[in-house]
Ligand binder design. Sequence first.
Ligand SMILES: [Zn+2]
Length: 145
Amino acid sequence: MTKECPLCNPPQGQEKVLFSNSVFRIIQVEEPQFPGYFRVISQKHVKEMSDLPVNEQILIIEALSKMEEIIIETMQPTKVNWAQLGNMVPHLHWHLIARYEDDATFPGSIWSSVIQKTELEHIKDREAKAKEAALKITRMAEERF
Ligand SMILES: [Zn+2]
């Protein structure tokens, strides 16, 4: 835990936490262009995956994999993207994002340049599905972890 780290000390009300235990927490990220965006954040302030004990690594991968299944079944994306960078915030965390052929930056990463505009109707439909996926993710995590 460090004082300056925004993942050790998220500003009040900033994170929409779906689930939390001693190893990780799952949050839903509000990113208007990308409904179906979640993060899994290690509860420990470590930089790399290999800094965690193996049992915690396994739990995190299992959570990500089960979340991916839920996103696929609920949101029918073209692809689910996993990203683990930590260049800006060196506190171990994953981005899990539902991607669609017509989203703003597809086939680039979500941080790539915007190349197209998604129809509002599609965004609205995906927002509703993302809400449903969030509920299922919470239920899954409470049962399994
Ligand atoms: Zn931290």
